[in-house]
Design a protein around this ligand. Structure first.
Ligand code: ADP
Ligand code: MG
Length: 393
C-alpha cells in the first residue's frame, strides 16, 4: 500500500488545508526554537509555488480544550512570516464565521494560520463536526505533522476522511527514514541506544527493537530499573519497581534471542539533583539519598566502542539529566560519537533531539526526527491512525 503523492495532482490555485506541527518551545512570547517551523517549509513553499491558498492548522502546548492566552499562535505566525516569501495572516479563531471571512479575503499565494487547534474541546476527541468544518475550508488536505500521526484527532484523522488527503514532504521524509529501520536490508551491526526517564514509556519499543537490532544500549533513568533487577542498590535514583517483572522478562528475551543488552557499568551520582551538590562515581551500590544522573566514564568508553562498530544506529532518550550541565557529559559524548560515524544514524524524541542540537552535531546525523511518541510507536510496529488515512485504498 502506497501513499498518495501530492506531486502527481494538479493543485494550482487550489485551497489547501495543511496540518503542521508548530508545537514549538516559546520563551517570553517568542519562538525559542523554530526547527519545526523550518521543517514544514518544503511543503509550504511547494504550495506557494503553485499559487495555492494555504490554511495552516497546528496545536501548541496543552490548552486542553480551552482558550489559553499564552498559547495563542501569534509568535508562531510572526516567525513563519520571517521564513516565507508570502503574506501570513493569523486568525484569532480556529473555526466559525471569523475564519470563513478571513478565508474569503485570502488571495492565492497567501497563508492563513488558524488559532491553536487544541483550544477546541473536540480536537483531541476526533470530533467529526469540527473535522467537517475544517474540511469545508479547502479542496485538499495535507498532513505534514509527523509528531502527531499517532494521535486520532480531528485535525489529523477526522479531516482526512472528508477530503482528498496527502502526506506532506516532511511526513514522507520521516516515513522513508523510519521504514529503513523496520524493514528491508539495513546495514549491520544495527545498534539502538535508549535512555530517558522511564521504562514504562518505552517497554513496547524495547520489546520490538530486540527483534531487530544486534545490540541495545540502555542508559538514563530507565536503565536504573534494569540495574536494580540485576541487584544494584540504587539509592534514591529514579526507578519503577512495578516494572521489575517486565524488565526481567526483557533481559530474558534478549538472552533467548541471542541479542545483547548493554547496561551501564558505572554511574555518575550526586546528593543534589540540581547540580549544586557533591558528585561521585558508583558501581553496584549507590548510597542512600544519592541518585544516578549520568553514565560514568567506563560505560561511556564501552558504549562509544560499540558505536564505532555499528552501521545503523537509532537513538532515543538522553543518557542522563542533560538539562543540568554537570550531568550532560554522557549524553553529549554519545551525540558526538554518533555524529562521527560512517553509518545511518537516526535520533528521535524531543529531549534527545534538543541534546543533539545543543551539542552542535545535528548536521552530522543522517536523520533527526521531528516526532517523539510517533517515532517510538512506528518503531514498535503500531499502525498510526494519522498515516492509515493517507494510504491508497
Ligand atoms: P525523549 O524526549 O528524547 O524521548 P524522554 O522524554 O524519554 O526523552 O527522557 C528525557 C528525560 O529523561 C530528561 O528530562 C532527562 O532529565 C531524564 N533523565 C535521563 N536520565 C535520568 C536519570 N538518571 N534520572 C532522572 N531523569 C533522567
Ligand atoms: Mg521527552
Amino acid at each position: 500500500m502506497g501513499y498518495r503523492n501530492l506531486k502527481e495532482i494538479d493543485i494550482r490555485g487550489k485551497s489547501i488545508l495543511v496540518r503542521v506541527d508548530f508545537n514549538v518551545p516559546l520563551e517570553e512570547g517568542e519562538v525559542r526554537d523554530d526547527t519545526r517551523i523550518r521543517a514544514a517549509l518544503p511543503t509550504i513553499n511547494y504550495l506557494l509555488e503553485n499559487s495555492c491558498r494555504i490554511i495552516l492548522l497546528s496545536h501548541l502546548g496543552r490548552p486542553k480544550g480551552k482558550v489559553v492566552e499564552e498559547l495563542r499562535m501569534d509568535p508562531v505566525a510572526h516567525r513563519l512570516a520571517q521564513l516565507v516569501a508570502a503574506r501570513v495572516k493569523k486568525s484569532n479563531e480556529w473555526r466559525g464565521d471569523l475564519v470563513k471571512e478571513e478565508l474569503a479575503n485570502l488571495k492565492n499565494g497567501q497563508i492563513l494560520l488558524l488559532e491553536n487547534t487544541r483550544f477546541d474541546p473536540g480536537e483531541e476527541k476526533n470530533d467529526l463536526a469540527l473535522a467537517r468544518e475544517w474540511a469545508s475550508l479547502a479542496d485538499i488536505f495535507v498532513n505534514d505533522a509527523f509528531g502527531v500521526v499517532h494521535r486520532a484527532h480531528s485535525s489529523t484523522v477526522g479531516v482526512a476522511t472528508y477530503l482528498p488527503a496527502f502526506p506532506g514532504f516532511l511526513l514522507e521524509k520521516e516515513l522513508s527514514f523510519l521504514a529503513k529501520l523496520v524493514e528491508g536490508d539495513l546495514e549491520r551491526p544495527y545498534l539502538a541506544i535508549l535512555g530517558g526517564a522511564k521504562v514504562s514509556d518505552k517497554i513496547g519499543v524495547i520489546d520490538s527493537l530486540l527483534e531487530r537490532v544486534d545490540s541495545l544500549l540502555l542508559g538514563g533513568g530507565m536503565a536504573n530499573t534494569f540495574l536494580a533487577v540485576k541487584g544494584w542498590k540504587m539509592g534514591a535514583s529514579l526507578r519503577e519497581e512495578d516494572k521489575f517483572p517486565i524488565a526481567k522478562e526483557l533481559l530474558q528475551k534478549a538472552e533467548d534471542l541471542g541479542k545483547r543488552i548493554l547496561l551501564p557499568q558505572d554511574l555518575l551520582v550526586t546528593n543534589d539533583f540540581s547540580g549544586q551538590g557533591e558528585i561521585a562515581l558508583a558501581e553496584g551500590t549507590i548510597k542512600e539519598d544519592w541518585l544516578a544522573v549520568d553514565i560514568g566514564p567506563a560505560t561511556l568508553a564501552n558504549f562509544t566502542g560499540e558505536l564505532k562498530k555499528a552501521r545503523t544506529v537509532l537513538w532515543n532518550g538522553p543518557l542522563g539529566v542533560f538539562e543540568v550541565p554537570a550531568f550532560a557529559k554522557g549524553t553529549q559524548a554519545i551525540a558526538k560519537a554518533m555524529s562521527s560515524l560512517e553509518a545511518l544514524t537516526l535520533v528521535g524524541g524531543g529531549d534527545s533531539v534538543a541534546a543533539v542540537r545543543e551539542t552542535g552535531v545535528a548536521d552530522s546525523i543522517s536523520h533527526i526526527s521531528t516526532g517523539g511518541g510517533a517515532t517510538l510507536e512506528y518503531l514498535e510496529g503500531k499502525e498510526l491512525p494519522g498515516i492509515i488515512v493517507l494510504k491508497d485504498e
